[in-house]
Write a protein that binds this ligand. Structure first.
Ligand code: HEM
Length: 410
């Protein structure tokens, strides 16, 4: 990392309780006052303008790999205990090295095509139907627990060849992995490490079986690629199974949950999609902008950068606040308003951009759209059992929060 600027120009407390409760005000201030802000707390530059974030995401020279950043800042002894976790993370999408990244991306692209995703539609529809069947007759439901969480978990489980009966376990492991995306202490990270290693151990015999009898799933694609020399090792395959499990699960949970929350907070827009279900895709797009599940992405720059909002020295870590860029008033008039009729002419930041662009966009959109359609159809009187202005958020430092529950009456 580069040396910090001699004087930090402003003082913004990214860990203040009010910020963890709701980061909107701080992000708005940062974007207006200090859009390329050096945070001594994060030892990196926090970027909040849309244009600056796009510029960094599109620059092929930028390094990613900061998943391990929090671990690297821990004392030596802790780092040693977390070595197996670090080794797994280093293999995720080959993030440490451009050639490895592109090689693994090519392998996955072969499978995650729009045709494959489209062929999954009947399966997603039938899974959604069975989840709604399971809550039929109930008067109260936690949408996260009963619908939003199991749907993507089952779909990615299926893509990874995990039998139905083991998918609850998968869900628990995957939730543990969420700790990788927040600043966590050593005991928490050791628990996370246990979960990650457990997923790898679990996937090992599945991958092994596919070597001899390939099926139409991701472990088969990865095993075949290894036989053809495009995946380098068993460890690389297993590390990427974990990455896919996590990437394909948690994010979609919160796209579904955040969409429903925003609709309940804006009943007139909820009514609009009830009257005109063809607006559901627009509601999903607006959720991705207004309350996308990925708040931030980190990058490291090997060179000095001159951005519209300011200067970043070489070898600095940058925290790209997608949440702030997606509400930049320079691109989005009235940005803090959830508006499903908003024109979608601006390129969304929600799935990243450039060389690390999400490979699961079509699947995430499809799952969420089908889920919203079923809510409208099967739960026409759905209403919140909580104050919509005070949803059940859990802080996820730095600068983030996650919905814990979404309790509704039917
Ligand atoms: C709403 C749901 C989702 C959101 C918001 C989301 C968001 C993202 C973002 C922001 C990135 C870029 C990370 C970076 O630049 O460092 C990314 C990458 C990725 N996502 Fe997603 N994602 C979602 C769903 C999925 C699903 C369902 C899958 C798998 C089927 C998936 C697989 C991936 C993969 C493999 C990458 C890495 C691409 C690469 O490094 O080349 N994502 N996602």
């Amino acid at each position: 990392m580069s040396a910090a600027p001699a004087v930090s120009t402003s003082n913004y407390d990214l860990f203040a309780p009010s910020v963890l409760e709701d980061p909107t005000e701080l992000l708005t201030r940062l974007r207006a006052e200090n859009p390329v802000y050096y945070s001594p707390q994060l030892q990196g530059y926090v970027l909040t303008r849309y244009d600056d974030i796009v510029m960094v995401l599109k620059d092929p020279d930028m390094g990613s790999a900061m998943l391990t950043g929090w671990i690297d800042q821990m004392p030596q002894e802790a780092q040693e205990q977390l070595q197996p976790l670090r080794a797994s993370l280093d293999l995720w999408m080959g993030h440490k090295n451009n050639d490895d990244h592109q090689r693994i991306q090519r392998v996955l692209r072969r499978y995650l095509t729009s045709a494959t995703i489209e062929s999954l539609r009947p399966r997603v529809e039938s899974l959604v139907k069975s989840l709604f069947d399971a809550v039929e007759g109930k008067t109260e439901v936690d949408i996260i627990q009963e619908i939003a969480n199991p749907l993507p978990c089952n779909i990615i489980g299926e893509l990874l060849g995990v039998p139905q009966e083991d998918r609850d376990q998968l869900q628990q492991w995957s939730q543990q992995a969420l700790n990788l995306f927040r600043i966590a202490d050593l005991p928490t990270l050791l628990e996370t490490q246990k979960a990650i290693l457990a997923i790898q151990d679990y996937m090992k015999p599945i991958v092994e079986a596919r070597r001899h009898a390939p099926l139409d799933d991701l472990p088969s694609v990865l095993a075949t690629a290894q036989a053809e020399g495009q995946m380098k090792s068993d460890a690389e395959i297993l590390g990427n199974c974990v990455a896919l499990m996590f990437g394909g699960h948690e994010t979609t949970v919160y796209l579904i949950a955040n969409a429903l929350l925003a609709l309940m907070q804006n009943p007139e827009q909820f009514q609009m999609i009830k009257d005109r279900p063809e607006l559901i895709p627009a509601a999903v797009e607006e959720t991705l902008r207004y309350d996308g599940p990925v708040d931030l992405i980190t990058r490291v720059t090997p060179k000095p950068l001159e951005l519209v909002g300011g200067h970043v020295p070489a070898n600095s870590m940058m925290i790209l606040m997608l949440r702030a860029g997606s509400r930049d008033p320079a691109l989005y008039p009235n940005p803090d308003r959830f508006d499903i009729t908003r024109p979608t002419t601006v390129r969304s930041l929600a799935f990243g951009l450039g060389s690390f662009y999400c490979l699961g966009t079509a699947l995430a959109r499809m799952e969420t759209q089908i889920c919203l359609r079923e809510i409208i159809h099967r739960m026409p009187n759905i209403r919140p059992l909580f104050d919509v202005n005070k949803p059940d958020y859990r802080p996820l430092p730095p600068i983030r929060r996650r919905l814990e529950t979404l309790r509704v009456a039917l």
